[in-house]
Design a protein around this ligand. Sequence first.
Ligand code: GUN
Length: 287
Amino acid sequence: MAATLLDGAAVAREVYSQLGQRVQTLVAAGVRPGLAAIQVGNHAASTIYIRRKVKACAETGVYSEIHQLESDCPESTLLATIDKLNHHRGIHGILLQLPLPQHFDAGRIMQSIAVEKDVDGFNWQNLGALVAGRPRFTPCTPSGIIALLERYEVRIEGRNAVVVGRSTEVGKPMALMLIARSATVSVCNSKTRDLRQFTSIADILVVAAGRPLLVTADMIKPGAAVVDVGINRLPDGRVCGDVDFAGASQVASLLSPVPGGVGPMTVAMVIANTVSAAEHHAQARAA
Ligand code: GUN
């Protein structure tokens, strides 16, 4: 039996329609949500991601602006741009697109984004709030995956969830969000011995390893919900995920495609966090 697709593009459209209504309420109250995206250099994939976020802003009525900096700009220029946006009353969300050129310490620079405008959820205060079980802004890829699973009514509580990948942006926050929903969670990494031993017990399998076709059908528990975060380009130019889609679709009950699965949900969560930030701003103004 072929798996049902976890259709992130369709669910993202539903999210935008709900966000559009919240934006209208804010605008009526005199606050238009605003997102500023900063790109350093011209990494091709980053340009595409930023374009998608700006388009999603336009669709939902969120104001957006792009700050384009040269790849060899000094750190002080980037910090000054962030500082200006931190104090800009019309900007509620700041997004520093990653990866940054090598000479920047991205993790440290992220800390200069105001916590209440950190719509990526990468600031250590926001990550710490997630660890403490008091989430504020949470990283957009894992929160998009949770929204996708919820939309398809995947039960999380009491299930075995396995996350392949332990990045600060995806794997670690994903594990924390699954723990918060009472899953039994294993987090694997590139040094894990016998990956299949873990993946084959997963009712929910999230693969964010950045390794093309790492997970094959024989590693998947029949009936599992499989979420593929990978986006890789094969030598022949084709795009593929970390999961062998054709094989996995014969074993899993739910499977996210690449593209069109997790990617659109990540973008939708950036806009959702920006609207939430603007709502907080509006409430603080009214108080
Ligand atoms: N680069 C790839 N994904 C992301 C993301 O979610 N946020 C940021 N800031 N950069 C990225």
